[in-house]
Design a protein around this ligand. Sequence first.
Ligand SMILES: [Zn+2]
Length: 91
Amino acid sequence: MNEQVFEYNNEEEAEIAQILAIQSNMNAVAAVQKKLAEQRAQPSLEECAECGEEIPQARREAIKGVQLCIVCQTRLERFKANYRQPGASTE
Ligand SMILES: [Zn+2]
């Protein structure tokens, strides 16, 4: 009888642990979404945050909260693509 109670508690604890893990995942996702929303709410930068080059006004108006010039943005995206699929594209 004691064993059964112990087992039940374990299951319940496992379930609670699972729920807590899901909740912390959801919190992490919410934090990222909030950060992205904040970035979008930011005014576009006049100069690239990476290299300091002036960002053309058309680009600033096209992309809300833009922080990088097209050169740095392209470099960053290429880097991210390589990071996601290492060795997939050697270009
Ligand atoms: Zn730049």
